[in-house]
Design a binder for this molecule. Sequence first.
Ligand SMILES: Cc1ncc(COP(=O)(O)OP(=O)(O)O)c(N)n1
Ligand SMILES: Cc1nc(C(=O)O)sc1CCOP(=O)(O)O
Length: 205
Amino acid sequence: MTLARGIYGVYDRGGLADDALAHVARVLAEGLVCLQYRDKRTDAPDHELIADLQALCRAHDTRFIINDDWRLAAEVGADGAHLGQSDGDIAQARAALGPAASLGVSCQDRLDRAQRALAAGADHVSFGRFFVSTTKPDAPPADPAVLTRARSLGVPIVAIGGINAENAASLIAAGADLVAVSSALFAHADGPATARRLRALFARG
Ligand SMILES: Cc1ncc(COP(=O)(O)OP(=O)(O)O)c(N)n1
Ligand SMILES: Cc1nc(C(=O)O)sc1CCOP(=O)(O)O
């Protein structure tokens, strides 16, 4: 299923408050296209948390995506997976997840990576980081011009890295269909207000 334009939430399991799920529900209520479960702390997925997030996503008509591990995505019946350059075979992931799944691939600032990912079965591609990210401080920088070049690919283009309500407009203007946001949505109390402001940016066209 083609991802609509809008907000792509990245729920990073590290450093969450006790009321994290209630906070996620408030953010989802603002209207996110999808929510990614990302856990870099352990190889042991938190199945209870995954089930809770998946249920919240269903209730809010938000696609639920698993980072890094397409086998886990298939096992839990997620709506899709997001793969980095070393997260396995994209064609194998597509075969396992099926044609309706959302399958995204990180391409940093490389159009050739995006072309290869799409040829192998991805249906959207992600570029970044565009701003300094507290969630992933070592992510290499990308120039927003890659978003403009990527329009020619004809698939949804995701921008990621340090994005918030103040800086997202430039990336949307450059060509991003979705902005992938973690800390500004989920590590700050004003995450729901940020989601509302981001939505307004897309509503402007
Ligand atoms: C939407 C989106 N884009 C890029 C990434 C980064 O994925 P990856 O390169 O696999 O790096 P880690 O997230 O594993 O650190 C992402 N997660 N989501
Ligand atoms: C998970 C991730 N990947 C990135 C990349 O550039 O590939 S940046 C990033 C972190 C996104 O979180 P925040 O919105 O808090 O910066």
